[in-house]
Write a protein that binds this ligand. Structure first.
Ligand code: EPZ
Length: 423
């Protein structure tokens, strides 16, 4: 497994550009399966392992895909397979996002059940429940979902939890369903709005997205389209915290300010000062200024627009160096604190009480060899390594490469002293 060696204690200074949002690109890539003999182009797609895995899955279903830097062109023929390969699905949970479009377009789909991961069991029961409500018959056998529907029917669906993936799968299924589908208690993440914009460009009438209530009017056939992936709000917040934790000054540009409001509000509460600029082209940037010590704060992760669970490990890492006791409650996933033990090996003082991390600020962290257990945990350990005294080695770096484009080069461009080590 790959690892990165970091010489900590170097204040970061400089400017980085955000990548396209991984969690917007993946569902939008899956939406290409709705096309029949048409072409789709996505721009600002991040170059990530997860994007490669989705390309592998879509090609195995019959799409032909051309990648040109951050642009991807999808040509989808009339006939494609309705059976997803095991390998890419086991590698990446987001593969389950082919469920809705494949069922809508082929009338049947066979999908290996995505595994759980280190942040929870991550079932897809809400996805399946919604598809059954739209008229699908669903059977699970030999670790695979077998779903079929002569024709999906639009209807009102209430989601027990505003699941991002379930919202996306049902939106895409509704595109080719007969009649109108209304999804209530839908997820409101910006990535949902990016998908809605793509589907609208395919000729689908979707409205009131972003308010937890999505209305989709089904169409016979979708048309060729182009769409740009929004900036990655989680990557942006990760680099902002890199500046905060090293006491440096970091500017991130190509930022959608409303998408990171929760983090900026909590950082302000913790005593961090930052400035926001808009350049002549209307592009926003955020610059975080050096801060001595963070004041302790309390956070509860929530579905958007609440504090994002995907920033929970990173903010906990930052709070290990605060002036007092902070509380961070994880309300979205069952078990997203595995990384805390690794931070404690670096001298942090984190106690887990149920679904809450109690973080007693310490004077400094010390470098150690630590293991990434998932994508955002790995990012948190890298942030801790940048702030710690001495040398830190973060192992299982593959997790991080899934979601952060060129993270080593971007951090080095900010003055970080780090080097990648092969397996
Ligand atoms: C998406 O995962 C993101 N992934 C996750 O980002 C993110 O953490 C999550 O949304 C929450 O914001 C992508 O977009 C590819 P959910 P998803 O369905 O869709 C439970 C990252 O680091 N649930 O909103 O899988 C589930 O177990 C990743 O980039 C059910 O119980 O998240 C979890 O506790 C990690 N049944 C909660 O809902 C279901 O059918 C939120 O899951 C579906 C979900």
């Amino acid at each position: 497994m790959k690892s990165v060696k970091i010489k900590g204690g170097v204040p970061l200074h400089g400017t980085v550009r955000s990548q396209g949002a991984k969690n917007a690109a993946l569902p939008m890539m899956a939406a290409c399966l709705l096309l029949k003999g048409e072409q789709m182009t996505l721009d600002n797609v991040p170059k990530l392992q997860d994007v490669e895995t989705m390309v592998e899955l879509l090609c195995s279903l019959g799409a032909s895909i051309k990648q040109d830097g951050n642009k991807i062109i999808f040509d989808v023929p009339e006939n494609i397979s309705h059976e997803a390969d095991e390998a890419p699905v086991r590698k990446m949970r987001a593969s389950s996002l082919v469920l809705g479009p494949l069922l809508a377009r082929c009338g049947s789909v066979v999908l290996p059940l995505p595994g759980g991961c280190s942040i929870g069991s991550r079932p897809i029961d809400l996805h399946l429940k919604g598809l059954v409500q739209m008229g699908a018959s669903v059977e699970i056998k030999n670790g695979r979902v077998h779903a079929s529907a002569k024709h999906l029917r639009g209807r009102r669906i209430y989601l027990d939890f505003p699941s991002v993936g379930a919202t996306e799968n049902l939106m895409m299924a509704a595109v080719l369903a007969k009649g109108e589908t209304i999804i209530e208690n839908a997820a409101r993440e910006p990535e949902i709005e990016n998908l809605a914009s793509l589907l609208r460009n395919m000729g689908v009438r979707i409205d009131t997205e972003g308010t937890g209530y999505i209305r989709v009017n089904g169409v016979e056939k979708v048309t060729a389209c182009i769409e740009r992936v929004i900036p990655d709000r989680i990557e942006i917040c990760t680099y902002i915290l890199a500046g905060v934790m090293t006491g440096g000054e970091v500017k991130v540009y190509d930022v959608a300010l409303d998408h990171i409001a929760a983090l900026l509000a909590k950082l302000e509460e913790a005593g961090v000062s930052f400035s926001v600029e808009t350049d002549a082209s209307g592009e926003h940037s955020v610059t975080v200024h050096p801060v001595k010590k963070l004041s302790p704060i309390s956070i509860k992760t929530m579905p958007y627009p609440g504090f994002p669970t995907d920033m929970q490990p990173q903010i906990v890492a930052a709070l290990t160096l605060s002036k007092g006791v902070s509380l961070v409650e994880e309300s979205v996933f069952q078990a997203r604190f595995l990384y805390a033990a690794e931070l404690n090996r670096m001298g942090a003082n984190i106690g887990i009480k149920g679904d809450t991390a109690v973080i007693q600020g310490v004077k400094s962290l010390s470098g150690a060899t630590v293991q990434a257990t998932d994508l955002r945990a790995g990012a948190a350990l890298i942030l801790a390594g940048l702030a710690a005294k001495g040398e830190t080695r973060v192992e299982n770096l593959e997790h991080v490469m899934r979601g952060y484009e060129d993270i080593d080069e971007k951090l080095r461009s900010l003055g970080a002293e780090l080097s990648l080590e092969p397996e």
